[in-house]
Design a protein around this ligand. Structure first.
Ligand SMILES: Cc1ncc(COP(=O)(O)O)c(C=O)c1O
Length: 368
């Protein structure tokens, strides 16, 4: 038995749409699927503007650029996130400022945001981590009081809901990822969303070398090539048509795992706040002392049994690449997650038998 952490699911019209791209010759960033995917995404999110990008990191970069974030600015974000969140801030020349996360959902600790706000703070990046939405009301309130923007990094949380509202459009601008292990995939890919017309125009301009609509090959600003291809959008559209199915699969995986693991002492399983609908990007656990073995031992044993796992993200402040920030503050929750956590196989193609095998393996490791 070999169970990978994740495998994408293509159960719709992906092949049909991609074949159409080949047949019609629309393989670069022109073609009908770009528009259909963007329009479909806007409809799904109830957003005014959705703009495709070549990946989630580029989408985040575009989101920040569209708000005018630049050198000398500071952007607040959680210390527990994937490196792309922080890197996108560094790309603009701004400084990432870290805040620890809270121990239940692993999202930014809203009570610790204000102490990090300075005169240079321009935005808060709310990262909806592992499929679970951030507590957005206090974040939006703080941002409003201080006159700063809110960027949502919803890379892992497509379809998640905060108090009944889908994430991505709750702040000023949101970014999504369609990497192969995400809720829907385009291979590599991303999307930027906003309800603001002017922000949308800036995103489109930055995404495509700031081409001038009226004067071809005259460029007022330095832009990027962050375009998605029609082929990626074709896959994305087919995936979007099945998004509810994907989210249901993710939520069912959690139910099954939680039932099987609830009696196992020392395994902390994922939670969902009352006000939240999580899409449970991956099934992540923490190994507590009462398990009797540390997480590295558990992972090694699982590997021997053919069960692939992945560590949780290492704290941003301790990244060698961010040594230049000189941030030696303590972030106990982020550190704890790195010390104790990993995620189990929980991709869209896993079946109940495999989940049972993984859970049994964990129980046996505990007893061995
Ligand atoms: C929280 C978070 N932000 C941003 C990204 C970047 O997305 P991409 O890999 O598509 O560039 C990822 C994931 O991969 C992520 O998990």
């Amino acid at each position: 038995m070999k169970i990978p952490v994740s495998k994408p699911l293509f159960s719709g019209k992906e092949l049909e749409y991609v074949t159409d791209c080949m047949k019609t010759g629309w393989v670069s960033s022109g073609g009908k699927y770009i528009e259909e995917f963007e329009n479909g995404f806007s409809k799904y999110l109830n957003a005014k503007h959705s703009i495709t990008a070549c990946n989630g990191t580029a989408a985040l970069h575009l989101a920040l650029l569209s708000l005018g974030i630049e050198k000398g600015d500071e952007v607040i974000l959680p210390n527990f996130t994937m490196i792309a969140s922080a890197n996108s801030i560094v790309y603009t020349g701004a400084k990432p400022v870290f805040v620890d996360v809270e121990p239940r959902t692993w999202n930014i600790d809203v009570d610790k945001i204000e102490e990090k706000i300075t005169k240079d703070t321009k935005a808060i990046m709310a990262v909806h981590i592992f499929g679970h939405p951030c507590d957005m009301d206090p974040i939006l309130k703080i941002a409003n009081e201080h006159g700063i923007s809110v960027v949502e990094d919803a890379a892992e949380s497509i379809g998640a809901e905060y108090k009944g509202k889908i994430v991505g459009c709750l702040g000023d601008v949101g970014a999504f990822s369609f990497y192969g292990n995400k809720i829907i995939t385009t291979g590599e890919g991303g999307m930027v969303v906003t309800n603001n017309e002017e922000t949308a125009e800036r995103i489109k301009a930055f995404k495509n070398h700031w081409f001038d609509k009226d004067r071809t090959f005259i460029h007022k600003n330095i832009g990027f090539n962050y375009r998605m291809t029609n082929i990626q959008a074709a896959i994305g559209l087919a995936q979007l048509e099945n998004i509810e199915k994907h989210i249901k699969i993710k939520r069912d995986i959690v139910q099954t795992y939680n039932n099987l693991l609830k009696e196992v002492d020392g395994v902390r399983t994922p939670i969902e706040e009352k006000w939240a609908k999580s899409v449970f990007w991956m099934y992540a656990v923490l190994i507590q002392d009462s398990f009797g073995k540390d997480k590295d031992v558990v992972r090694k044993e699982l590997e021997k049994l053919g069960v692939e796992t992945r560590l949780l993200f290492a704290p941003m402040n301790s990244q060698p690449s961010f040594a230049f920030l000189g941030d030696s503050n303590n972030y106990p929750v982020s550190e704890e997650l790195y010390k104790r956590g990993f995620y189990l196989p929980s991709g869209l193609q896993i079946d109940d038998k495999e989940i049972q095998y993984v859970a049994d393996s964990i129980k046996n490791i505990r007893l061995s």
